[in-house]
Structures are given as structure tokens and as C-alpha cells.
Ligand binder design. Structure first.
Ligand code: 4AD
Ligand code: MG
Length: 467
């Protein structure tokens, strides 16, 4: 008999066809309670936030196997479904037959019934998906990823697959991991100037892991009109914070014939749509997060999904920050970048909600952003949200060839390597804009998980790579 996911059994849509309904379920034992006359197993199979209660009576053949059904054991149960008289569940299973696939020695299995700290669970990343918290995180993550594709596809965007191995540095920040096929235990080939000679490496030039799919996304948008990427990106920045990973997933829409205003509107619609998707697909998970991680309540999320985002310019943000009585660690001055503490102050304290900050000084932003008429600022935008700070960074792109060449020269970036990018301005150039959303920061925001390491199965951070 095929096993039924617990989520299917406990869904409001499941039609219970009487106490004789024979079913098979399989999963991992969360806990066991035994007496002489009856035993209760709590089973979870990962399909749902809810567990299924299994009743084992001494008359069934399953009773003799109970000693092997420790917390963590993998079992299959055949039995009949019946309404549960107990609190907390509508249905339960009366066991007839039981298979113990794999025991879990209580002396050594790390996940016992008591709660564990998130730090402890980070050290057993291969077992933590079996906890309530991480089950909820990874189910939410899946549903949000699915909703990302739905959001863009229904709006006529094409998902384009930009490369992971790249020859260009999109952000021009030099925070890239090199990919090489050289035998690093042998002396490396050198150029006459004493530099590593990548001409002799696999690709004939230096290859790296991408920091962003934007530049390639731009040439796809300049043909298909509206595109988005959704894939892994890598940053070799030595940031040990609760919001930085060395490997994270980014969603980057890019739209032809669009300006900064429509870009900001797309970003707002997108985040609000993600909130609605979470409310629709993960109600039990959201209840769980609200209860255990003091994150947004379901009501907060509903309000967020319905409320327009505040917009302010960078200059206004600096003004607000300098006028405030708050004490900041980092200086606030026109021309300096906003630090995380400033972003948090604007969202958490001033606006008490998301805010889109636009028109930053050109010196602190990437080379590709469109110069505003004031000659000092660029058509940039950052979307800031409470608890996280920056969740989206984007801009209208510089579509005028001479101005882009000038920005590249000022930033001392290699013009020769970016001729293909300049071609987009030589041939059929058009206003276009896009942004990047850090997917883990979105999952953090909606789940309320405080640390970004807790919203991705295998976090990569400085000095740490497991699996
Ligand atoms: O602001 P960033 O660097 O922008 C870009 O990469 C642009 N090329 C995007 C575009 O316009 N197409 O990064 C975008 C977002 C940030 O707002 C943040 O949410 C996330 O990516 N991000 C990180 N997330 C986790 N760990 C890191 N180290 C991150 N760096 C950026
Ligand atoms: Mg940014």
C-alpha cells in the first residue's frame, strides 16, 4: 500500500471515509509514550508542521517492536485511521503492522525531545532539517521559491540562466572567488611580469564564481524585454554577520524600457506578493515562527502585504538620520554609505516598515547605475526592511555610451573586457532597470529567523564549509 503524506491526511480537504480506512504512513519518531495497556508514537514525515499520533495496543503485532521505535527512528506504520479523542489533532492512526527501517540509539542520537539551541543545531546541519524549526524554514523556502517563479512568469518575465562561472566582475568590488584548474601544489605558471598566467589555465583566462547575474541578465532583457535570474551567487567578503553568506541565492529581474520608478514599484509588488504567497501556502509554519521566534504575526504579514512602501531619497535619509537623537557607531554624512545600523534605524524606528531609498551618491554605488541630472547622484534604489535592513539593491542602468565609458574609466575598470556590455549601448540602447533580491534575506524576513545561517541548508561563511 502506498504511503500517504501526513500533510495529506491532516489537510482540511481530506475526506475521512470511516474508521475502517486502512492507511500506510512512514516517517521519523518524534517521541514515544508507553504504558502496559497502550503506547503513543508521535510521527513526523516532513510534509507538514503537524505530527501524526500513532496508537499501539498490546494486541497488535506492532507492540513488540516498540522498544526499537526510539526518538529519531524511521518507521512505517500500517493501520486504520480514526477520529482522535485527544487534544491537538483531528485524526490518529491505530497501528496494526509496523516496520522499523532504522533505529536511532538514544545514547548517541543528538536530537532528543528537549529543545536545542540554534547554535547547537548549526553544528549538526545534516540532522537539523528533522526539527520543527528547520522543517518549517525549508518548507517556507520552497514555497517562496515557487512563488518567485509564479510572480514573474504570470507577468510575462522569462527565467534566464546566467552563468555561475564568469569572466566579469559585475559589482566591480573585487570580492570574487577564483576558479582554477591549476595544480596548486606545483609552482604556478607566471607571466613575464610575475603575475599568475591564467592564459595557461582551463579557460585561457581568469575565471571566477559570479557575484551577480545582472550583466548577462541585461543582454537577455535587451532582447526578450523582461527577464529574471534565480540562482546561486558568491561573495568572498569577509563579513561575519547575521545577514551575509559567501554563497547565497539571488533573484534579479531586468526590464527593458523601464525607469527607476517602475523598478521600485516592481520591487514593492514583488515583496508584497511574497508575503501573500507565504500566508497562503504556509499558515502553520507562520504560526510556529510567530510563537517561537517573535517574528511577524500573521496579522503583521497581512498588513504588510496590503500596505504601500514609503519612499525617500538618500539625501532625505541622511537628513533624517542627522536630525535624530540616536547614537550611531558609524558617522552619518552626505557621501558616506548607509551602514546596517542606519538602515535599521530608518526602518525599525522611523518608518516602522519597509522603505525604498533612492538616488545615492555615485561614488558609493556600482559603475552601471544611471547618472542623474544633478551629476552627483545615480538612479539607485535600496529596499530596506525592519530587522534585516537591505533586502534589495537595484537601479536604472546607464544606457548612454559616453557616460558609461566615463564611469568605467573613473572606477578604473577594464574597458576592454566589457566591450560586449558597451555594445548594448552601441546597438539599440534603451532605458532599462532591474534589481537583486537576496533570497535568504527574504526567507529571514518572513520567517523571523535572526541568523541567515538558519535559512539555507548548507551555509557558507568565512572559515566554515561543511558537507
Ligand atoms: O546590492 P547587491 O550587491 O546588488 C547586486 O548584486 C546587483 N547586481 C543587483 C541588480 O541590480 N541586479 O545585492 C543584491 C542583494 C542585496 O540587497 C542583498 O539582499 C543580497 O543581494 N546580498 C546578500 N545576501 C546574503 N549574503 C551576502 N553576502 C549578500 N550580498 C548581497
Ligand atoms: Mg547593495
Amino acid at each position: 500500500m502506498a504511503r500517504i503524506p501526513i500533510a495529506t491526511l491532516l489537510a482540511p480537504t481530506y475526506t475521512f471515509s470511516g474508521t475502517d480506512t486502512a492507511i500506510t504512513v512512514a516517517g521519523w519518531v518524534r517521541s514515544k509514550r508507553e504504558s502496559k495497556s497502550v503506547a503513543f508514537l508521535v510521527l513526523n514525515d516532513g510534509s507538514s508542521q503537524d505530527n501524526l499520533q500513532i496508537i499501539v495496543e498490546p494486541s497488535s503485532s506492532a507492540f513488540a517492536l516498540l522498544s526499537r521505535c526510539q526518538t529519531g527512528a524511521a518507521i512505517q506504520v500500517q493501520g486504520t485511521l480514526r477520529p482522535s479523542p485527544g487534544k491537538g489533532q483531528s485524526l490518529e492512526v491505530l497501528a496494526q503492522d509496523l516496520i522499523v527501517y532504522g533505529e536511532a540509539d538514544p545514547e548517541t542520537y543528538p536530537l532528543q525531545k528537549k529543545g536545542h539551541t540554534l547554535e547547537f543545531l548549526r553544528d549538526i546541519g545534516h540532522l537539523r532539517p528533522r526539527t520543527n524549526t528547520f522543517g518549517a524554514v525549508f518548507r517556507l523556502r520552497h514555497h517562496l521559491a515557487y512563488a518567485v517563479h509564479e510572480f514573474f512568469s504570470t507577468r510575462g518575465f522569462y527565467w534566464v540562466h546566467t552563468p555561475i562561472l564568469t569572466a566579469s566582475d559585475c559589482e566591480g568590488a573585487g570580492e570574487m572567488f577564483t576558479v582554477t584548474n591549476f595544480d596548486l601544489n606545483k609552482p604556478l605558471p607566471k607571466t613575464p611580469q610575475g603575475q599568475v598566467d591564467f592564459a595557461q589555465d582551463f579557460f585561457g583566462k581568469q575565471a571566477r564564481l559570479t557575484v551577480s547575474g545582472q550583466l548577462e541578465g541585461e543582454f537577455m532583457a535587451m532582447a526578450l524585454g523582461q527577464v529574471y535570474t534565480f540562482g546561486p551567487t558568491f561573495r568572498a567578503e569577509n563579513s561575519n554577520t547575521t545577514r551575509h553568506l559567501a554563497e547565497f541565492w539571488m533573484i534579479e529581474p531586468e526590464v527593458a524600457f523601464a525607469d527607476l520608478q517602475s523598478n521600485a514599484q516592481l520591487a514593492e509588488d514583488f515583496i508584497r506578493s511574497m508575503c501573500r504567497a507565504a500566508l497562503k501556502t504556509c499558515p502553520a509554519e507562520l504560526e510556529f515562527f510567530a510563537k517561537h521566534y517573535q517574528s511577524m504575526t500573521v496579522k503583521d504579514l497581512e498588513v504588510l502585504a496590503e500596505s504601500p512602501f514609503v519612499r525617500m531619497t538618500y539625501s532625505d535619509a541622511i537628513e533624517t538620520l542627522t536630525q535624530s537623537k540616536a547614537k550611531f557607531e558609524f558617522p552619518v554624512k552626505w557621501g558616506l554609505d548607509l551602514q546596517s545600523e542606519h538602515e535599521r534605524y530608518l526602518t525599525d524606528t522611523v518608518i516602522k516598515g519597509p522603505v525604498i531609498v533612492t538616488d545615492y551618491p555615485k561614488e558609493i554605488k556600482a559603475f552601471y547605475m544611471r547618472l542623474n541630472d544633478d551629476g552627483k547622484t545615480v538612479a539607485a534604489m535600496d529596499v530596506l526592511v525592519p530587522r534585516i535592513g537591505e533586502i534589495i539593491g537595484g537601479s536604472q542602468r546607464e544606457d548612454r555610451l559616453p557616460l558609461l565609458e566615463q564611469r568605467l574609466t573613473e572606477a578604473r575598470l577594464p574597458l576592454a573586457d566589457l566591450q560586449w556590455y558597451l555594445d548594448l549601448r552601441r546597438f539599440g540602447s534603451a532605458p532599462h532597470a532591474g534589481f537583486g533580491l537576496g533570497f535568504e534575506r527574504l526567507v529571514q524576513y518572513i520567517s523571523g529567523m535572526a541568523n541567515i545561517r538558519d535559512v539555507i541548508p548548507c551555509p557558507r561563511t568565512p572559515q566554515k564549509i561543511e558537507f
